[in-house]
Design a protein around this ligand. Structure first.
Ligand SMILES: Cc1cc2nc3c(=O)[nH]c(=O)nc-3n(C[C@H](O)[C@H](O)[C@H](O)COP(=O)(O)O)c2cc1C
Length: 183
């Protein structure tokens, strides 16, 4: 199964979450004896064929000023050609975001996840949320996807916790298992 994880990251938080999601995908596919090709790429390095060829596409972004990083939006907008041809219809998608969360109110992480999903839905893809039965739900699960808080209560970067990485692996596994069931 070909899986593309496209993300943007300036300071490695989102990248480390992307790597953990990839590890979860790989572990789940290996458990089912499915050959896996998992590409983990910065959005700026993704081309349209990467998206065309993937059976599963996972997008991840840091929250920037209440919404996704512009690098993700640039990739999304470049995908309008794929929409014209219906190239992504029926593929499985998942979304994740990291956020500072200063003030504890989420700082736009829900909006970021929903707008990433909106693009997948526009393409006719099938999207995965984060079921509360998955490991790590209390730490980094939102019904809409994986949301990893990386800041502390003073608004300073604190890093990605081990329990958030557990949630990231669980989410990757969940998306892969869902795609396998549909295959
Ligand atoms: C330009 C910029 C804008 C940001 N805006 C927000 C925001 O609106 N809400 C929030 O919760 N965090 C915000 N953050 C914090 C980042 O979302 C957070 O540090 C994230 O984990 C960074 O990911 P990265 O290390 O992969 O770049 C912002 C960070 C930057 C650099």
């Amino acid at each position: 199964m070909q899986v593309l994880i496209a993300y943007h990251s300036d300071y490695q938080h989102t990248q480390s979450v992307a790597d953990a999601v990839a590890a979860g995908v790989q572990a789940a596919l290996a458990d089912e004896g499915e050959t896996a090709s998992v590409d983990v790429k910065q959005a700026a390095d993704v081309n349209l064929d990467d998206m065309r060829n993937a059976e599963v596409i996972i997008f991840g972004s840091p929250v920037h000023m209440g919404s996704m990083a512009w690098q993700m939006k640039q990739l999304i907008d470049s995908g309008s050609k794929l929409w014209m041809a219906g190239d992504l219809e029926g593929k499985v998608g998942g979304v994740f975001a990291t956020y500072g969360g200063f003030g504890g109110a989420g700082g736009g992480v829900e909006q970021t996840l929903m707008s990433l999903h909106a693009n997948f839905l526009e393409h006719g893809m099938l999207v995965c949320g984060f079921p509360r039965s998955l490991s790590g739900f209390a730490e980094a699960g939102l019904h809409w996807g994986l949301a990893v808080r990386t800041g502390n209560d003073e608004g300073m970067p604190e890093g990605v916790s081990d329990s958030a990485l557990v949630a990231a692996r669980a989410y990757g596994a969940h998306i892969a298992e869902t795609a396998l069931r549909l295959k």
